[in-house]
Each structure stands twice: as C-alpha cells, then as structure tokens.
Design a protein around this ligand. Structure first.
Ligand SMILES: [Fe+2]
Length: 187
C-alpha cells in the first residue's frame, strides 16, 4: 500500500501531511515536480515470474515512460533478505545522495520508502506493487528498503553506463524514521 508523508525538514516528528489516497499522492508529488503513477499489468503475472515476463506484463507502460522521459534501457531487480550483501546495499542508499539522471522505479511487488528532500521539506513515499516513482536528476533523496527487504522493481536508465549515487554529505537522513513496513501498515 503506497502512502505519502510530508515533513518540514526541521521536524521529523510531526508530519504536515499523511495520505494513502493515490490521487492525492500524485497531486502533491506533481506539485513538487515528482512523477508518481499507478500501473496495471497488461498480462497475468505469477509470483514466480522471471524478468522477461515482468517486462512483458508492463510493456506498454514501460515504452510510454521511456519515450516520455528519454530512458534508453530497463532492467528488473529483486532484493530479499537472501540477496548477497543486502545489509551493505541497504546502508549505501540510506544516506542522502543525488544522481545525474532521473531515478525511476516501478514496484512489481514488495515495498520500499523513498525520502525526497525538496524545498525545505521531506516527502516520504512508501511505494508498493503498481507504483511508479521518478525522482528528477539532482534531487537529494535517500531510500530505505527496511530491515527485511523484499521487493522487485523495474529500473529505468538514461545512459548505458548506468546510474551512480553521489552523497550530498548532509546527515539529514539520520533524523528521520527508518522505514518499518509493519508499523506503516498498523499506523
Ligand atoms: Fe537514489
């Protein structure tokens, strides 16, 4: 289940806004220049689907986004607690960073939380199955896959040499709550 929480950057305890309404999430994020969409699979997608089946199921939406945002390649990544080096992978993206290209991710299954630092605010977007989020190049953000990661995403790339994270050096991420999927559902 996707949701959006908006904080002032100076206050990680009392959010200004919290909503799970997809239309409100899309609207608030669009106002901040961030693309959020809900996609529906064009073909049945079993839990065991391989990368080719995942890409086929969302082929039209993938092509539309590639054309609109000038992405040239996509891949499919599945992360679980069993993934090699998963703790280091989680830690790598927990510090605020930027990329030289848009970071666009579509969640096929599972969850993860993006924290986007914009205009003195932090927009926390918890993405779930069916969510497409694209963070503009140069926008400070971090990502928390949670203590028990489990998600499959389609990643979009603008350049063949891929996508590199450059730390901003700002320790802001440490002041904000970690992503706890079970707590998010209970709240
Ligand atoms: Fe990133």
């Amino acid at each position: 289940m996707s949701d959006l929480t908006v904080y002032l950057e100076s206050d990680a305890r009392r959010p200004e806004l919290r909503t799970a309404d997809p239309a409100l999430i899309t609207g608030h994020l669009a106002h901040a220049g961030i693309l959020f969409e809900r996609w529906t699979a064009e073909a049945p997608l079993p839990a065991s689907a391989d990368a080719d089946a995942v890409l086929a199921a969302y082929a039209a939406s993938i092509e539309r986004l590639k054309e609109a945002r000038r992405f040239c390649t996509v891949d499919v990544v599945r992360i679980t607690l069993q993934t090699d080096g998963v703790a280091a992978l989680r830690a790598k993206f927990l510090d605020e960073h930027i990329h030289e290209e848009d970071e666009a991710r579509f969640f096929v299954e599972g969850t993860g939380a993006f924290y986007i630092h914009l205009d003195s605010r932090v927009f926390r977007v918890v993405c779930g199955a069916g969510d497409l989020l694209s963070i503009p190049a140069g926008t400070p953000h971090w990502f928390d896959m949670g203590a028990k990661p489990r998600f499959t995403t389609i990643r979009f790339f603008s350049r063949p040499d891929g996508w590199v994270a450059t730390p901003t050096g700002d320790a802001i991420a440490a002041r904000f709550p970690f992503f706890q999927p079970d707590a998010a559902r209970a709240a």
